[in-house]
Design a protein around this ligand. Sequence first.
Ligand SMILES: Nc1ncnc2c1ncn2[C@@H]1O[C@H](COP(=O)(O)OP(=O)(O)OP(=O)(O)O)[C@@H](O)[C@H]1O
Ligand SMILES: O=C(O)c1ccc[n+]([C@@H]2O[C@H](COP(=O)([O-])O)[C@@H](O)[C@H]2O)c1
Length: 205
Amino acid sequence: MTRRRALRIGLFGGSFNPPHLAHLTLARVAVQSLQLDELRWLPAGAPWQKPAGALAPAEDRAAMVRLLMADEPRQTLDLRELQRQGPSYTVDTARELKAEFPEAELVLVIGQDQYARLDTWRDAAQLRSLVSFAVAAREGRTPSPPAAWSGLAHAMNVLPLPRTDISATGIRERIAAGQPVSPLVGEAVARYIDQHLLYRAPPGR
Ligand SMILES: Nc1ncnc2c1ncn2[C@@H]1O[C@H](COP(=O)(O)OP(=O)(O)OP(=O)(O)O)[C@@H](O)[C@H]1O
Ligand SMILES: O=C(O)c1ccc[n+]([C@@H]2O[C@H](COP(=O)([O-])O)[C@@H](O)[C@H]2O)c1
């Protein structure tokens, strides 16, 4: 008798301020190439390593994520980090999901910029024991771990993401300058940004 493999759940966290088409491509590539049973988008309530000034309200970021991924197979929206008080620590989410799905394999889906900084994350050693990492190259930089992790065993897969030089920072700058962003975020999210007057003020990095 063949034994079914463990449930494989992808965790895709971000400020999603706003979510954009590189996020969507990354999510699709992760689902396909890792054969995920589910990929959970996890908007961060308080992304403690990002400057707070330009962060759109949680309900707007959640609504935009929903508009972007609602029809995607095996992708879901998990609002737990928006509902939690205090800084958003990925290790808390990984602990909770491990308790909810003790048999599941958890895979943290991240871009190279975050992978290179993992040693600065809260309880990174415990996070390393709870999840494996799936990393997308970004802006031509191939995935490599933080120097502090050299020689430390951890499971990592490189995601075959086509290079997409889109960032939320660049999108906020375009909006503040009155330029169109629908080619970067899709029609539905662009309409939402417009209707809710998001990111109109200049500084927002
Ligand atoms: N163009 C991209 N290519 C690969 N990974 C990306 C890309 N954009 C975002 N990511 C990854 O998606 C996750 C969430 O990203 P985040 O919401 O911070 O968007 P961002 O575009 O990096 O935002 P900002 O410009 O505000 O820093 C992170 O792990 C990030 O590395
Ligand atoms: O757990 C941490 O200490 C930690 C530190 C920095 C970033 N993260 C998470 O990494 C994801 C991407 O973060 P960001 O800041 O690039 O949007 C998001 O889910 C954050 O909560 C998590």
